[in-house]
Design a protein around this ligand. Sequence first.
Ligand code: PEP
Ligand code: MG
Length: 322
Amino acid sequence: RQEQFRALRDVESRTRDGQEITLHMNAGLLVDLPQLAESGASGIGLFRTELQFMIASTMPKVDEQESLYRNVIHQAEGRPVTFRTLDIGGDKVVPYFRSAEEENPALGWRAIRFSLDRPGLLRMQIRALLKAAAGTELKLMLPMVTEVNELRLARELVDKEVKRLARFGYQLPSRVLFGAMLEVPSLMWQLDELMNEVDFVSVGSNDLFQFVMAVDRGNSRVADRFDTLGRPFLRVLRQIVQAADRAKTPLTLCGEIAGKPLSAMALMGLGFRSISMSPAAIGPVKSMLLSLDLGKLETGLLEAIADTRSEKTVREFLMDFA
Ligand code: PEP
Ligand code: MG
């Protein structure tokens, strides 16, 4: 099967009825980069910058950060890379940022909350990214956004760094695209504002599922208790697609469900046209979509999601369809 998947590497990513689907891969370290060519992914939909911080014993200096980002951009050979700013805290522990014990770390001082409270750190990372992407397009994404206003604060820091670098005569990126991860349910009630505030949105389905269903993603007693393909969560995802369509904001999803062929199929049926997954999943997902009649799936899936009286679960519907 590995060989079969490899043979699909250069095949266009289109459903049987002709809909183009963008398949990106997730990465976090330089060792992941050869997988781009291996897997045939058309870019990196999520680069987890915290990995460099998590494997270091002291905080990476700004030029070490810049050098990593520059290498990543270089090795991506013109394919787009979405850099996520530091997503530490919660289950991602960094030893040299000592913080007080938290009773609920997943709900704690993490990601953009931490970054906005440590603006010096965030500015340093933004500076490294801006310099590394000189002359090319920089895609910058903020994790764990809870209120749209946090994006405005983060954008002010980006603007300050752009001005600062320009003042010192550095070459800037040709364009900076500013995006948000949608992984906190509060954004469901700010969807239109969110979609109009950013250049792109990426659903972090791991955290979004955790928070929507109130199940700890790391606790095996509950993590699999509810179905990611159940009606509640799929309805949430459908609303996100509709809001993105209304605002014409590019939308993608980068959680684990993107990498399972059956759930990737569901995402396409909901209207996602771009997803990002672990590199090993690209082959199996592409193999699925090449034989997919998307038009037919869409109609059936939306009915299955709406139909609360059905005896069948949505997962069963999807299995039958597949
Ligand atoms: C997610 O939450 O779905 C996600 C992609 O981010 P992470 O798994 O790094 O929290
Ligand atoms: Mg997340």
